[in-house]
Design a protein. Sequence first.
Length: 249
Amino acid sequence: MNLRLKTCDARRTSACGTTLTELMVAMGVLLIMFLVMSTLVSGIQKMFRGGRGQADVLENGRAAMDMIVRDVEQMAASNAAFDNFIASAGTVRTAGTNSLYQGNEFFCTTYDTNWYATAYGFYDRAGAFSNLANNVTGKLYRWRASAVTPANFWTAYTGLTSANYSPVVDGVVHFRVQPIAGGVLAAPTVRFISNSLPTHVEIELGVVESRFAENLSGRPLAEQTALLTANLNKVYLFRQLVPIKNAHK
């Protein structure tokens, strides 16, 4: 009787055990599940980083455009022998079939409860007044001054140093300011003096994500241009036509 019970126990133990083959199969399944999960997690992280980068560039671009539009909307004529508005021609750089306006700047006088002078410039990321000879991405900078009378604004603007400018947004590849007078596009260097103002100003701002801007940085200019041309879908273009209310008074 005892021998029979021991034999049954031995058989039961053998039936409940795990073979080496089964263990290896289980480990293989677990390994496959781990690889699948790690791929999914990596994909989700990449999507999250991409989404965060897009959100950042959209937020920064819109904030910069809102600032520019707010300044331009308040443009006013000083009725003095000084410029109320002038925009530079800048440099046009070809990217495939597209034209990028780089190195542009503009100056305008504004008035709300006081007179102000405002200037924006698109320069290299190294700092204001640094040209974009070796890079396709840069920063947009802003200068602003106030006074009771606007007589000294033009002198102050023409005597600016880079220390007077503060950065607005990074990763800029395109900045174009086009004045419009009476429904006609004005030449970029037309000077609006005394009581003259443009009736509208069209503003375009092209920005890329910071990670893409960093990827471009340090490469030869030709390589940067080719890489940007191949990835124009990464350029976020903000455009707005701003009516100048004081031009109609």
